[in-house]
Design a binder for this molecule. Sequence first.
Ligand code: ADP
Ligand code: MG
Length: 352
Amino acid sequence: MPARMLGRLTAFPLAFALLLTGGLTGCASRGPAQVETQIFAMDTVMSLALYGEDQTSLQGTLDGLVDTLYQLQNTLSVTDEASELSALNRSAGQPVSLSAQTEEVLSAALELCALTGGALDLTAYPAVKAWGFTTGEYRLPGAAELTELAQHIDYTQLQLDSFAHTACLPQGMEADLGAVAKGYAGDVLAGQLEQAGVTSALLDLGQSTILAVGDKPDGSPWRIGVQDPAGESYLGVITLSGQAMGTSGGYQRYFEEDGVRYWHILDPDTAAPARSGVASVTVVGDKGLVCDGLSTALFVLGVDDGIQLWRDHPELGMEILFVLEDGSLVLTPGLEDSFTLAQEGREVTVVS
Ligand code: ADP
Ligand code: MG
C-alpha cells in the first residue's frame, strides 16, 4: 500500500478533548433554543440534541424522532417475535410481506453485502447466537459446529422481490440487521429533521454511530470523540459537518476465555470472531447506513482489503480511520484535516 507518514497531526491534552466532546459526542455552544433527550432503544443508549429558534417546535420534532426510533426498533428487531424480521426468520422459504421501510433497509444492506464481497453478511445471525452474543450466555462453538454454521451464512440466499414487496429466506437460515440498523435509523431521523427545517442537530445512535446534521449552532463543525479501542480513554477527535460516522470494534461487545478475547463481529467465512489485525474501524460518509455497515465489513476485511475497497468505490464518498491492534493508525486522506490525535506518540499512516 503506498503510504506516507503523517507528521503534522497536532496533539492536545486528553482532558481538553473530553471537555470538548462531552463524552462520546460533541457538546455544542448554546443557540437560542435547544432540546435534548436520551433513550434506550435498539439495545443501546441513544442521545439526540436539536438546536434552532423555537423551543416548542423543536420539542415537537424531538418527540417525533423518539416515536420513530421506537417504531424502527419494533420493525427491525430480530428478538421481538412480532417484528417483520422475525417473521422472515421463521418463514422457512415462504415469501414474507415487507413494509416499505423494511424493504428499503434490507435492499440497501444487501447491496453492501455484495459490495464487500460478503464481509458484511446479514445471515451471520445463527453464528452470532451460537457464540451467545444475543443472550450474554457465551460459549465457544467447536470446529465442526463452526464449519456447519459458516456453510449456512450466505446473504445471496436472502432474496427480495421488489415487485411483490416480499422476501424469502431458506429454512435453517436467519438474518439480522444489527450491523446497519442504527445507521439506518440515523438516516431516517435526519430526513425527518430536514422536513422539519432543523439544520443543526447531533444524533448519537449509540455504539459510536453518529449523524451530525449541519454544524453546531455557532457554525463550527461538530467534534466527536473517537474511543481508544485499547482503553477507556479517547484516541482523538473527528470533526463532522452534515456527515455520518460509524465505528466498529472488538472492544464493544466481547467475552474472554483462557486469556483470549472473542468479540461480536464475525468473519462470515469462519463463523468465528473476525481477526484481521484491526482493533477498530471508523467510517465517515454521507449516509448512516453505509457508514455503519461498512465499519462492520471493514473490521472483517482488515486494512489492505479495506483500502482496496475504498480505492475501488470512490462513489461511496467514505473516509476511513483504522486503529490496528499494535496501536498504530491508518487513515484515508479525507480525514487528515478532520482528525486530531489526543496524544502524540502513535504511528500514523495516511494512504494515498
Ligand atoms: P455495533 O452494533 O456494536 O455498533 P456493528 O455495527 O459492527 O456493531 O454490528 C455488529 C452486529 O452485527 C453484531 O452484534 C451481529 O448481530 C451482527 N454481525 C456480526 N458480524 C457480522 C457480519 N460479518 N456481517 C453482518 N452482521 C454481522
Ligand atoms: Mg455496523
